[in-house]
Structure formats: structure tokens, C-alpha cells
Design a binder for this molecule. Sequence first.
Ligand SMILES: Cc1ncc(COP(=O)(O)O)c(C=O)c1O
Length: 422
Amino acid sequence: MNSKELFSQSSRLFPGGVNSPVRYYDPYPVFMKKGEGSRIYDVDDKSYTDFCLAFGPLILGHSHSEVIKAVRSAVENATSLGAPTENEIKLGNIIQTAVPSVEKMRFTNSGTEATMHALRLARGFTGRNIILKMEGGFHGSHDYALIKSGSGTLTFGVPSSRGIPEEVSRTVVVGQYNNPQSIEEIFKKYGKDIAAVITEPIMGNAGVIKPEKDFLGFLRDITSRNDSLLIFDEVITGFRFGFRCFQDIAGVKPDLTTMGKIIGGGFPIGLFGGRDDIMDKISPVGPVYESGTFSGNYVTMAAGIAALNQLRKMDYSSLEAKSSFFENTLAENMPEKEKFAVSRFGSMFQIFLGIDHPVSYEEVIKADSGKFMRMFHKLLERGVYLAPGQFETNFISFAHSKEELETSALKISETLKETGKA
Ligand SMILES: Cc1ncc(COP(=O)(O)O)c(C=O)c1O
């Protein structure tokens, strides 16, 4: 069955034919059946260079042999045990050693769960109600995160979802990333009612927006001065630029951190963790409740251990070199008349069309989504699979070869030369 036929079946089962809205694009998404290294294969056996990489977990590429081996061996023992296992300790130890701010942690099944619990914990710990998040920041799809959010909410034009009670949305205030003044004004107004500031250290759900010098340090300072907690959502940035989190590169220590994606080796995972005294407020030792049937799942833990043990051996500077080569090849071959910007940090990148200065959410939001999707479709024809949205992030993995990156960059520039006609 081809993608069109499968879509007509899936549409009868799932809203929009998909199980997550970011997978949808007009007129229907290509259905995939296999991933191998840097390549993804559709149901018609067409292969693509994959820059979406399942929205981020696959920094080692698809189906890394060590991860597959670990998963095979784990399922020989069990699928799920619903009891503590040694695997949880092994993965926890790896993470605790690599990310010193995470003194204690809890595994969850997704980044959404991780931020939801971290926010409840921040409220429970401080006894305050207000959460400050950044406009365009995405922290998953629970009620406290879906206020002026990014990712698919921007693509589909619903940055704040229906169905969230006003009482809830009133407890979330929104500041501007890279704009200390906007944060200061909020603190002046709500001061001692702010339980926590949550931010992605690098914005990855409004394309890629890098932190300006000292912005993260400023957040550390203002939260400490007001006895509020600082939460870094490192679901995308954890273990992406080195065997550590971005906080270590920035030199800013948050009180709590959330992670997901890479640490599960391609299996469903999330984590929230941080200061010992805060984490000890979690049930059963503390009064803040959190639980999950599948949390710390035996097979997921095995996949995460294998992925991180593999990553520990990898030379992240080679990934940076490949990514910078890709960016330069793109920049050198871009059509002159086209207004565009390539925003890259390490192996995260986005190509913004119609803008040339993607330093803030206000700028990025002016990008030409329609043109981006025309480029996306032309690239699909040419065998390049980008994340399907102007406000998503693309990723380069250790499995991408330099040749493949060069070919893809040239295909992107060729496609852009045609965008007038596209
Ligand atoms: C920064 C960030 N936080 C949280 C989430 C939610 O994670 P999940 O999709 O695993 O629920 C995402 C998902 O893309 C994310 O990018």
C-alpha cells in the first residue's frame, strides 16, 4: 500500500491521520517503514537522507547496532517489570556523573511528563503558583506548557490550546527569550509568587534560536535573587553537543533539569532531576506526587545505557566539524536573491526563509512558513527529509557522512533557486 492509501486508512483511525500533529503535512505525510544510519525509507522503498531523525533522539543515527543488541538482550529477560531494576541505576549513574546538577532524578516516559512533574515539583517545593516560560518555548503538551508555545502549535497556528482552564493559564506568565528586560518586568510584577522560570537553554521549537551572551546567567541570577527555581528543559540539548548538557557549556547551573530524546536511545523516555533537597519532595519521601507504570522501563533503560555508552566514546568535535561544513556548503551555494538564514548550534539547525536575522522569537515568527513547506516538498522529491515545519529543528547525526551532507546542502540550494517557481 502506498502513502496515500495508508493515509486514507489512518485518517479513519486518528485525527489528521497521525498520532502527533507535527507528523502531518499537506496533502498527506509520507509513511515510513525503516531507518538505517542516516537514512529513512518510505513504504515505496524510496530512501531519504534524514534530518528529522525522529525529532531528535537519534544522534547515533537510526538503529545503531549497539542499541539493537542491548534491546534484543533485554527483551530476552523482560519487557516491563514494574519493580526497581539495576538497569535504572546504571542509566541514572551515567547521567548523574555527566550532569552534576542532577543530584537525584526520576525517569518518565516522555519529555512532556518530565516538564509536567518538574513544574509541579517547583510549585510544591516553593509553595508558589506562577511559572514563567518563554514565548515560543515548547515543553510538551500538558496544560502548563501549552501557553504561547512553539513547535507544532506554531505550525498549526494554535500557540495556546483550547481546553486549558483559565485558572491554569493565569498561573503561567510569558517572557521573551534573549530579552532580560521582559523578564525583569515580570519579576517586578509577580516577584515572590514565581515558583520557577522554565526555558530551553537553546530554543529549539521556534526553529533554532541561540542564547545571547549572559542571558542564561541573567536567568540564574534573577531566579536566585527572588528565591524562584530555574529549570532548564534540556529535552533537545541534553547530550547533544558533548557528553553533557548545555548548562555545562553555558556555565549556568539550574535547580532542576528535564531531559528526554537522546537518553532513551530511540525509546520513549523523559527525566527530571536536580537538587537533592528539591527532589526529596517527591513521593514516596515527599508530598509531591509523581508516578508512571512504564517509568524506568526495563527495555528503555537498556537502550539508553547502550546509547550513552556508545556516545561517551564518540568524538563530538567531529560532529561539530561535519555540521559546520554543512552550514558553510549551504551558505556558499545559496541563491543570492533569496532572503534566508541558516541558524545552527552544533548539530541542530534550521533554514529560515524570508528572514535573515533569527535572534529572537519576534523575528523568527516572521519567517515564510508557506515557502518553507514548498521547499520541504521539493526536497522530499529529491530524497532529503527535513523536519516538516519552519518552526522545528533539524538534526545531524554521527551517521551522516560528509559526502551526504554536501549532496544534501547542494540539493537544498538547488531547491531554493526554484522556490520562485515552487
Ligand atoms: C524542549 C522540549 N521539551 C519537551 C518536549 C516534549 O517531549 P515529548 O515529545 O517526549 O513529550 C519536547 C519535544 O519535542 C521538547 O523539544
